[in-house]
Every structure is written in C-alpha cells, then in structure tokens.
Design a protein around this ligand. Structure first.
Ligand SMILES: [Zn+2]
Ligand SMILES: [Zn+2]
Length: 185
C-alpha cells in the first residue's frame, strides 16, 4: 500500500491474513478531483483523514473504515460553495471473483448487497473512499437552513442581492387594489 499526492491507495489482499492490519492516512486537499457539472462536492477544505482496518474472514476480506474531514460543497439552492463537515464509518466485505467461480448464481445475487468483488488481488481504496464520501453527505446540500436560493427568473443570489422580478410580478391582490385606486381617481 502506498500513498502520495494523487494517491493510488492500493491494498494487496495477498498480504492480508486473519491478523488485522491497520492503515492510517491523509488525503491532501488536492486529492479530490471534482467531476465538474453537477458534482456537489467541489473539493476538500482540509486534509481528510482515513483509518482502515482489514483482515481475512474465511475466503473474504473484511474492511472497516472511518473517514472524516471538511468538504467544500455547493449549495443546491443558491449554488454558492460552503464548508461541510462529514464523518463516516463503513464496513465492506471484499471477495475475489476467483474464489466465487464455483458458486451458483443465486448465492452470488444474495451476497451482492454486502460484498464487493475485486478484480485480481488488489483493492483500490481511492474509489471506495470517494463513494463513501458521497454516501456520507445529505442528498440535498443547503448552505444554511434559511438560504433564500437564487431567483428562478434572473438568477440573482437572493442571500446577497435583490432583484426586481418579484416586485414586477407583484401580488395579484395588490394589483387589483392598484387598479381600483386608479379607477377611483
Ligand atoms: Zn445556499
Ligand atoms: Zn429575479
């Protein structure tokens, strides 16, 4: 297992036996590569810590992990970036496809939910950690519970600015009053 700038975090399962092994590492802020477009996570605000314990159980490997840090996320309402703390614990079984060649398909389907199959003998923790980070954040990301979002008409951020759209639209009731007044004059 080795890690550096753009971490290739690889665990070779052939080196892991029943005796648990522990790995602790830090993902630097430049580790996260935003997918752009609709990606809710823009990056890390602080380095992210990950602790991994892994050992063999029968013909599988059990990985227990904890990851936490502070993300730079994008608000779903106002689309502005904001800091978001996250913390996640997870457990995953890893099975080598080779070990499962002699099992029937029903058995495999039942286990699909909890077992990740690895290609060859190595696990790329990078993919797994990325997935865990996405799973640990809320589906809808809001910078503040009272975020006012952006005006659907002109796109102004209503937390920091005002637009004239609502005023122009006015309230139907007020419009009627205004008309009455004009007629009365
Ligand atoms: Zn917001
Ligand atoms: Zn507007």
């Amino acid at each position: 297992m080795f890690f550096n700038g753009f971490v290739l975090v690889i665990i070779d399962l052939r080196n892991i036996a029943e005796e648990p092994r522990y790995f602790s590492f830090t993902l630097e802020t430049d580790w996260w590569q935003s997918q752009g477009g609709k990606d809710q996570i823009l990056g890390f605000e602080t380095p992210v810590k990950a602790d991994i314990e892994i050992y063999r159980v029968g013909d599988k490997h059990l990985l227990k992990g904890a990851i936490g840090g502070r993300l730079r996320a994008r608000c779903d309402r106002c689309i502005e970036p904001f800091g978001l703390d996250f913390r996640s614990r997870f457990e995953t079984f890893f099975a080598s496809p080779v070990n499962n060649a002699d099992r029937d398909e029903t058995e495999l389907a039942e286990e699909d939910m909890e077992v990740d199959f690895v290609k060859g003998e190595e696990i790329d923790l990078g993919d797994m950690l990325r997935e865990q980070i996405y799973l640990s954040i809320p589906v809808k990301l809001i910078c503040h519970s009272d975020c006012r979002g952006i005006c659907p008409k002109c796109g102004v951020n209503l937390n920091t600015g005002q637009c004239r759209c609502q005023q122009e639209l006015g309230h139907p009731g007020f419009a009627k009053l205004k008309n009455l007044k004009i007629q009365g004059e």
